[in-house]
Structure formats: C-alpha cells, structure tokens
Write a new protein. Structure first.
Length: 403
C-alpha cells in the first residue's frame, strides 16, 4: 500500500501538466487552467510556425493542435485548417478551401476557434463553412454551409466569429439565429428565432440545475431552451458599433456580460424564470478580449483597440461590480488573458506578455517580456506545460513553461 501511494505521489506533479485545451476558453470553458507548476521563462521558445492570417485561437487535445488561418489573398483566397504536433510544431495534416478574407478594419482571416470532441474537430470559416474532421487523419466527415442554411445573403459584418459549442449530442452554431446540429451528422435539429448575429460564443447557464443556453447577440442577451431553441428570456444590450463579441460569464444563478464601445457591464440573476439585474455600470467594457472570473473577481481589459479613451487592465468584484484595482499599462493596452493556477498570463495587443498574480489586492507583476510583434488580439493558450500565442499575420509561437 505504501509503495502504491509513493508512486502516485511521484505522478501528481507531472499530472499538473496534463491538461488539454480542447475548445474556446479551455477545459472548463471559463478561461481557467488547473495547471499550477509552470515556469515564467518567456525566453524559452520551443518552436515557431506560420499558420495564416487570422485570429483563431489554438486548441489542443490528444497530442494534436488545431487552428485556422487565411493565405491573405483578397482574390481567390483560401482558409487553411492546420493540425500540428503541439510539442514541435510539425504539420500532421491540413485542409484548405476557397474563402474570402473579410478584412473590414483589420487584417481579416478566421476568428472562430476550432472545437475538439473526442475524435472529431469542428471548424467554422469566416464565411460560414462548417467542417467536421477526423482529428487523426483530417478525413472530412461532414460539412454544412451555415450561410446558406441561415438564409443570409452575405456573411455578418465581421464574419462568422463565434466558435462551435458542444452540448451533449448537439453542436451549437451562431448564424444569426442559434442553430443546434447533430454533432455526428451535421443535421439541423432546431434553430432559434432570428436575431442579429452574435460574434461571441454561447455559454451554458445552469441555475438551480436548469440548463439554459446564454448568448450575447448584437440585439442583446438571449436565453434559449436547449431542447428546442425557444427563447426563455431576452435583455436588450446594444452598442454603437452593432457589435457584441463576448461570451457570457456564468456562476450558479448569476450571469455577467460586458461589451466594448463604452457600453459597460452588468450582472443578472435568474429568478422565477427571468433575468433580474443586480447592477449595471461602465467599470469594465471588454471589446474583443474576454474577462476571466477567478474566485469572486473578474480580470479583464477595459477599452477599445480602435477608439480613444481608457485602455486599462482592471480587477472587478464580480458580486458588487466595484473596481478593486485599475492600471493603465502601455505595454498591454487592450490585450487578452487566461488564468492558470493563481497566476495571470496576459498578452498585450502589440505582443508584450506579462505574468502576474491573480489577486484583488493590487496588480502584482511577476515578469514581463516582448514575445512577439504585430497585432495580437488572440487569446493565449496554456496546455500541458506549453504556452501558445499568435498574431494577426499568422505567426504561431510555442513556449515551454514546463521547465
């Protein structure tokens, strides 16, 4: 018995590096990682790779890494789905298909992040082509044209940007309406009523054991019944630029939203089958990045990349909406982040990276390094001790933080 526990104790530190990142916002779909014993050496580059223009985050599972990029051609361009070895960047397989760049006010290229579910990976193009691939060999299992299915005559203003979301046997896709597809066949099982498109990925809200789909459309916050797509509640929430690009943040009976263009944030509570507002303020306006809830505090970037005004890193009390601390950091500006263990990994919009303690007491920086050039709007990913970052022009860099 003693020998058994001895070997288990030796394996525990290694297991802390055995956490995949299979979909948008990671293993628990909230931007948190359970990895704790990772290092902060931001000069230990493991490999680099060109993956095409775009903003798609990487996902990692079963020794496979996936992302999507565009070849950059405005005429006769293509998107490329890449499957790489996450430890050395070696290309394992790829697929390409004709796709417009859709570069309105940015470099263009795909924004949606692939989703891995067992032996399938689902990829949604900027113009609505949805593919299900075998993760091992790239065999195309099925595909759907979500633009055609939706009845829209052109892609949304900023393209199809929300990531595919697995819910049991269903695959949720944002295409104006929310669509639920059979994840094995691609058959449409139901659709919600039509709304203006959501540019952020849905979340699953489970107040008092009830299962509800929460998605922030351009019109506002929509709650859907996952059995049939029926709207259970709706809260208007519009911005001046016809854009809501964030995922709702859920905890118990509470649901938090934040969007850019100085629209601000709000916390709602599910009571008697409807949303009741707990607070609304302008203390946090997340533009394209996503705030992360850790314990009872939110960490996120307040401001817009395209506009004048504050560009601050903020810690907000989730329950009260009050600011715990606020820093104006010219290295980060409007960045993106994840939290692993009790530390923040933040990537600034110009490629400066900061590691800091996740504490409401103060902004407690541990290390800082210029790790990349170009425009960096894509969320960093930590998986199995490796940190992955990319920029808009398609440079993907892997750091080994396990040492």
């Amino acid at each position: 018995m003693i020998t058994k526990f001895f070997w288990i104790s030796l394996l525990i530190p290694f297991s802390l590096f055995s956490v995949d990142w299979p979909h948008w916002l990671g293993p628990t779909k909230d931007g948190l990682s359970t990895e704790k014993n990772w290092g902060s050496d931001l000069e230990n580059i493991q490999w680099k790779k060109k993956v095409g223009i775009g903003f798609s985050t990487v996902v990692v599972a079963d020794n496979r890494l996936f992302t999507i990029g565009h070849d950059g051609k405005k005429q006769d361009g293509k998107e490329i789905v890449s499957c790489l070895d996450p430890k050395n960047g070696k290309l394992l397989w790829s697929d390409s298909y004709p796709a417009p760049l859709i570069d309105y006010l940015h470099e263009g290229g795909p924004c949606s992040t692939p989703t891995i579910d067992r032996d399938l990976v689902y990829c949604l193009s900027k113009h609505g082509l949805l593919h299900a691939y075998n993760t091992k060999n790239g065999e195309k299992i099925w595909k759907q044209d979500m633009l055609s299915i939706s009845g829209m005559n052109k892609p949304p203003e900023w393209g199809f940007a929300a990531s595919p979301y697995i819910l049991g046997d269903l695959l949720l896709i944002e295409a104006g309406a929310t669509y639920a597809l059979n994840k094995s066949t691609g058959q449409v099982m139901w659709k919600s009523k039509n709304y203006r498109p959501a540019y952020g990925t849905p979340a699953i809200f489970r107040p008092n054991g009830q299962e509800i789909i929460a998605v922030l459309k351009t019109d506002g916050l929509v709650l859907l019944d996952p059995k049939n797509g029926k709207t259970l509640d709706f809260v208007p929430w519009e911005t001046s630029y016809r854009t809501n690009a964030s995922t709702p943040i859920v905890r118990d009976t509470m649901l938090f939203i934040s969007t850019g263009y100085r629209r601000g944030c709000a916390l709602f509570e599910w009571k008697k089958d409807k949303l009741v507002k707990r607070y609304e303020n302008k203390n946090l306006s997340t533009h394209m990045s996503h705030a992360i809830l850790y314990q009872d505090h939110l960490y996120g970037f307040d401001g817009n990349v395209h506009m004048a005004g504050p560009k601050d890193f903020v810690c907000l009390n989730f329950s009260s909406g009050k600011v715990q601390w606020r820093v104006t950091d010219r290295g980060l500006q409007i960045g993106s982040l994840l939290i692993a263990g009790d530390r923040i990994i933040a990537l600034g919009q110009k490629g400066e990276m900061v590691i800091a303690q996740a504490t409401p007491e103060k902004f407690n920086e541990i290390s800082r390094e210029q790790v990349m050039g170009g425009k960096c709007w894509t969320m960093p990913v930590l998986a199995n001790g490796f940190l992955y970052i990319r920029n808009a022009r398609g440079d993907l860099v892997c750091f080994d933080l396990s040492k």
